[in-house]
Each structure stands twice: as structure tokens, then as C-alpha cells.
Design a protein around this ligand. Structure first.
Ligand code: CDP
Ligand code: MG
Length: 131
């Protein structure tokens, strides 16, 4: 069993997509064992996206992820990290296939509906920010 960190971003929460996204995660066989809705502080957003500090899109990303409520969650299952990354699809919604969460609900390279940790190390680090 593996545990990963997932966050529904403000663009998706503001459109009321949380339940549909949670349904897709659970329908895939993964389990959401904890979840919390909150507004990220700039400090929390900066910690979550620490590896992107200094990149040209960093400020835009922090402004976006602190612009409204998000839903953070702990997701558990066999190969949960890889399976969540497959469910969300590639970063850019234009390149994300239909049927993936970003392909169906993302609207731009920044406003792409959902985050999921990309490695066991990131999952542990990101979970520790919120749980
Ligand atoms: O989220 P993911 O791991 O797929 O992509 P990332 O490269 O780790 O980037 C983190 C987040 O930054 C993305 O999900 C986008 O919201 C945002 N981003 C952006 O606004 N512009 C880019 N050129 C790349 C990423
Ligand atoms: Mg990433």
C-alpha cells in the first residue's frame, strides 16, 4: 500500500467539481482516507511548490493556488502515486487526453484542476504540510 497527496485546485473547487473528482478517484479503486477544504496561505503554497521557486511561472502559480479554496486529501492504495498521476493526466490540459481529470476539467497550463504528488519523497513531504 502506498499513500499519496492530492489537491483539488481553486479553479475546480469554484466550479463545484470536488464530488465528481472524488468519485473518479474512488471509482478507480483508490481510497480517500482524509480530506480537508481550506484556503492556502502563501507560505503553504510556497512550501507545496518549493521545487518551482524561481521559475518564471512561480508567482502566477502561487497567486492562483491561493486565490480560493482548495481540497487537500490523503489517498491510499496499491501504486497510489502512479495511479493518481495517470488519473490526472499531463500538466497541460491541451495535451491531456479526454477521460483524464485535467483533460476534462483543466482550462490552462496553470489552471489545471488538480495536483498529485509525483514520487514517494514528494508525497511524504507534501502530506506533512497539511496532515
Ligand atoms: O503539476 P505537475 O506535476 O503536472 O506539473 P509541474 O511541472 O510540477 O508544475 C506544477 C504546477 O505549476 C502545474 O500543475 C501548473 O499548475 C503550474 N505550471 C504553470 O503554471 N506553468 C508551467 N509552465 C508549468 C506548470
Ligand atoms: Mg510536479
Amino acid at each position: 500500500m502506498e499513500t499519496t497527496f492530492v489537491m483539488i485546485k481553486p479553479d475546480a473547487v469554484s466550479r463545484g467539481l470536488e464530488n465528481e473528482i472524488l468519485r473518479r478517484i474512488e471509482a478507480s479503486g483508490l481510497r480517500v482516507v482524509e480530506k480537508r477544504k481550506l484556503r492556502l496561505s502563501r507560505e503553504q503554497a510556497g512550501r507545496l511548490y518549493e521545487s518551482h521557486r524561481g521559475k518564471d511561472f512561480f508567482e502566477k502559480l502561487i497567486n492562483f493556488t491561493t486565490s480560493g479554496e482548495v481540497e487537500v486529501m490523503k489517498v491510499v492504495g496499491e501504486n497510489a502515486i502512479r495511479r493518481m498521476r495517470e488519473l490526472i493526466g499531463p500538466t497541460d490540459p491541451v495535451k491531456a487526453p479526454k477521460g483524464t481529470i485535467r483533460g476534462d476539467y483543466g482550462t490552462s497550463g496553470t489552471e489545471n484542476a488538480i495536483h498529485a504528488a509525483d514520487s514517494p519523497e514528494s508525497a511524504e513531504r507534501e502530506l506533512s504540510i497539511f496532515f
